[in-house]
Design a protein around this ligand. Structure first.
Ligand code: NAI
Length: 335
């Protein structure tokens, strides 16, 4: 029998897990954990978190018996893997619960911007105004979609783009030539993709090599009036530079499901009192607020994964990750 603590888990998810993990000592918390919200139970063997948690070296230090972390997400940049390695803690993720789920959401953001769906909705609902004079959008057919990162989600996004009769350009450090031939997409350099795409959609993981992958210089390469869609991780984009590019009109708009310091914006009181808050972090939070208020920007609360089907797939894979670890046959290991 293992002691397993789940954080950031809603009541329906708790019920699902209770049925699937009978015989183990289970602890559930709706809150996330982090340096300022350390785990409640200290003697656990297994920890399961979602992206709102920040599993730092200090958090790990406070869990002396911890052997396994099962993150219920694809990304694992919220876990200090070096600290895990030092302690021999195995970390697993859920590699493929939502390639369609996230790609569909990227297109939801694209369509909100291209067809002014939010403006139309607000005009009708708030003003009872049914005129379409100020709601002109643009076609996706014939436009160029640039997909950065053609892993599971990026590939699905590219396929949906082809479904809209878009030209699709792709950039990845590993090119899947077979996929490109089959789907009639073209791998190009990052510079060429940025220069030629009307809409750029980001699907790379967050890591050292992708930190501010889209910075001020890259934004300057983008086509005049292009749109940027980010459903990957906030820090892949330099938020302060994005504000500048949108304000100057270089970029026409952005659809952001993720942004730098999103946890801070969600809980500003804790952010303000945190010991390690830097001036740079504060500037990013201000930039986030500016983005939220801009009429040509759609910001959503890291919601792309959030469908019934995807959440069930997440929990099923997490249970399987835990069971396999306990049988000494760990799967979906990321460290
Ligand atoms: P994946 O691992 O299948 O694909 C990532 C691709 O990015 C790979 O093909 C890899 O070669 C490429 N890549 C890595 N570094 C690169 C670089 N420097 N330049 C260009 N390409 C690079 O990952 P998947 O499943 O497609 O997910 C992508 C990301 O989407 C996740 O890491 C996660 O951060 C994010 N995500 C966001 C969600 C949300 O709710 N907003 C939900 C699920 C994932």
């Amino acid at each position: 029998m293992a002691s397993i603590a789940f954080y950031g888990i809603k009541p329906w998810g708790q019920e699902h897990l209770k049925k699937r993990l009978k015989g183990h000592k289970l602890f559930f918390h709706e809150e996330h954990i982090g340096q300022d919200h350390p785990p409640v139970e200290k003697d656990i063997d297994i920890l399961s978190v979602f992206v709102g948690s920040d599993v730092t070296a200090e958090v790990i230090e406070g869990l002396p018996k911890l052997k396994f972390i099962a993150t219920r997400s694809t990304g694992f940049d919220h876990i200090d893997l070096k600290a895990c390695e030092k302690r021999g803690i195995v970390v697993s993720n859920v590699p493929s619960y939502g390639e369609n789920t996230v790609a569909e959401y990227a297109f939801a953001l694209i369509l909100v911007l291209s067809r002014r769906i939010y403006d139309a909705y607000e005009q009708v609902r708030e003003e009872g105004d049914f005129s379409y004079d100020n709601l002109q959008g643009f076609d996706l057919m014939g436009k160029t979609l640039g997909v950065i990162g053609t892993g599971r989600i990026g590939k699905h996004t590219a396929r949906i783009g082809k479904g809209f009769d878009m030209e699709v350009l792709a950039y990845d450090v590993f090119q899947d030539k077979k996929f490109a031939r089959k789907e009639k997409i073209k791998y190009v350099s990052l510079e060429k993709l940025l220069k030629e795409s009307d809409i750029v959609s980001l699907h790379v993981p967050y890591m050292k090599g992708t930190h501010h992958l889209i910075d001020k210089a890259k934004m300057a390469m983008m086509k005049d009036g292009a749109y940027l869609i980010n459903t990957s991780r906030g820090a892949v984009v330099d938020t302060q530079a994005l504000v500048g590019a949108l304000k100057s009109g270089r970029l026409a708009g952005a659809g952001l499901d993720v942004f730098e310091e999103e946890e801070a914006v969600q809980d500003e009181a804790s952010f303000l009192s945190a010991k390690d808050t830097t001036e740079h972090d504060l500037r990013n939070v201000i930039a986030d607020h500016i983005l939220v208020d801009m009429p040509n920007v759609v910001v959503t609360p890291h919601n792309a994964f959030n469908t019934k089907e995807a959440l069930e797939r997440i929990l099923d894979t997490t249970v399987s990750n835990i069971e396999k670890f306990l049988k000494k046959k760990p799967q979906n290991i990321v460290n």
